[in-house]
Design a protein around this ligand. Structure first.
Ligand code: TYC
Length: 102
């Protein structure tokens, strides 16, 4: 595809030879102690989910042991994991969050 600029120059789009960046799943793990309401707040606050969607994911984690919060580039995923675990620690909850390449 070519794009015509204001000065009428035609720029040919470069074929990118770069691979897309590896993406990482951020997963929440179940435990027996973290309150359900707290997990819903975490999902809303750090993953920008609606209360309804956050509740669905929290219940999936509660019933199945693990649930997907989102998929991000490596640095963003690592930052989400750190933010969630730090916030949980501040509130003395053992909530665990992990990342894995997708
Ligand atoms: N299992 C917890 C309870 O019964 C709730 C919970 C859900 C904890 C999801 C962690 O990632 C989690 N209070």
């Amino acid at each position: 595809m070519a794009t015509r600029q204001r000065d009428s120059a035609v720029l040919e789009e470069q074929k990118s030879r770069l691979k897309p960046p590896p993406m990482f799943k951020v997963l929440l793990l179940n435990d027996d102690y973290t309150p359900m309401d707290f997990v819903v707040v975490v999902l809303q606050r750090f993953f920008a989910l609606s209360r309804e969607r956050a509740t669905q994911i929290m219940l999936k984690v509660h019933r199945e042991g693990m649930g997907l919060c989102g998929v991000y580039p490596k640095d963003v995923a690592a930052s989400k994991v750190e933010q969630v675990e730090s916030f949980a620690r501040q509130h003395q909850h053992p909530l665990r969050c992990v990342m894995e390449e997708s």
